[in-house]
Structure formats: structure tokens, C-alpha cells
Design a protein around this ligand. Sequence first.
Ligand code: P6P
Length: 299
Amino acid sequence: MTTLREYLDSTSCEEKLKDLIELVSDQAIPIRKAFISNQEYVDSENIYGEKQIALDKWSNEHLMKTFRESKLVKEAASEEEAEVVEFPDAEASYAVTIDPLDGSSLVQVNLAVGTIVGVYEKSVMEEGRNLKAAFYMLYGPLTVLGLTVREGVHFFALNEENEYVMTQKDVRIPEGKLYASGALKRDWLPEHQRFIEYLEKEGYKLRYSGSFVADVHQYLKYGGVFSYPAYRGKETGKLRLLFEANPMGFIVSEAGGRISDGKKNLLEIRPEKLDHRIPIYVGSKGIIEKMENEYDIEV
Ligand code: P6P
């Protein structure tokens, strides 16, 4: 089976970027090992006012240490940090975004969570379409790596020797019929509600876990539309542009799908601030374009 390095060597990826992708994806091993002893909530919150579990902090600190020691990263932004972290000793210019442990509250109920990574040429405050690489490590029954270096999307899994081997090449998202919507139904805005009612009438099946990275991985395989919309009292929605929407949306787009804010291609939206939240509809291209053309989704 093709290893991660063998795949990377078959691409036009720069050597330092290959090294960075391998180094960061290998951190799935220590992060997963830390699950058992870092599950409790700690008395701190992230910048979004969300309670943190010890693992959020542990994985963030571990990844930041990895970046610093690698000298491959000039700056890193994290869902768990209030500011961009600079690495003045870096010998490369990559700018990295991380959600160190997306869906972390699910660790306590043993559901899949993951690490989301975006790599830019020089700055994290870029439109998502400028990503040089985007990948995620998904901690489920297998430890899976979903990766794009702008040459399609490919899945890898850790084998018995803790080496990533390719399990699926050139992933293409089908026009499947899964759907999900975050936010309380009583707070959905009228056009979003109308769209969801259409999906249900068309026989779409609800699949929603509470972990964006795990849900998007499922939608990549089976197709459909995952949404976390603008909703009453939170017209920006909940998910973060830099740390969740851009990298995962870029991967879905590279697999032939689409990510939208409800009106337009989300990957063309310039971030206004680090903690930029945004409504998202991500998944199969056909249904998302239908939504954009036939529903006046409130954004
Ligand atoms: P809710 C996890 O906190 C997260 O950012 C995403 O991974 C997930 O899709 C969403 O929030 C879940 O939000 O409101 O359903 O708990």
C-alpha cells in the first residue's frame, strides 16, 4: 500500500511542505495517547467562551511545540489561542491554522473527534481558496488522515506500525442524501427552515454527530449537505472560518463538492478577524448550488 511519503513524493509539493505534513499528521499518535488522561473539563474557556477540556489545551500546546521545534512554521493560529503565535526562528514561511481537537466534548462519550490543519504560503488571514494544503486527522475506530495538496483528496490510515498508508485515492463526493443542521430548530431562520423541509421531503437522512470534522468525513464518503446556519441571535452562525470552514471546505471542494455561506463560495471570503464565525453549507455541489439559486438564505 502507498505510504504517505510515497504519495507526497508523487506530487509537486515542496520538500519542506511534505516534511510539515508528515510531521503534523504523525502527531495523531501522541494526541490519541493523551485522550485517556485529559478528558476532564478544566476551569478555563477558549476565546469563544466555550468550556475547554484538558485535551483541547494539551493538543494545542503539543502542536505549537511541534511547530516551534520544526522551524517549518513562521506563524500559527489556533482555535485555542487569542492571537497568532509567531516563530521568529523559523526557516520556512508557512502559516498554519489549527483546530487542535474539533468536537472535543465527544471524547467523554467515545465518539470520533479530530485535528483540522490549514497551510498557507505566508499568512493565515487568507481566503480559503489560497490554501497550499489542508488535512485532518480523525480519531475514530481507525486513525484516518484526509489530505489535499491541491492535487485531489486522498485518505490514509495508520497501520499496525503506526505508518500512514493510502486507503482511498482521488476521493470524489457523490450527490448523496445525508443532511444535517446545527443550531436549535426553534432558532432557524425562515429560508433555512424551508430548505431543510425540502431536504426532508426529498428523503434526505439526518446524520449529525457534534463533531464537524467527523461529519464532513462522512459527507465526503456518502454525499449530502451539512449545515451550521445563521440563526436567531447568531447571524454569523457558530463555526469558525479560519479553523473549521476553510480547511474542511477546501478539501470538500477539491473532492468536487462545494462550501457556501448560504449565498456564495465561502472559500472566496476574506477573513476579517481571527475569530471570524460564518454560516456554512458544505457537501455535494448539486444540492448546494440548488440552495444558493432557489433559497434566499439569510446571511
Ligand atoms: P453544537 C464542536 O464544538 C463544533 O465546533 C463542531 O465540531 C460541531 O459541528 C459543532 O461545534 C457542534 O455544535 O451546537 O451542535 O454543539
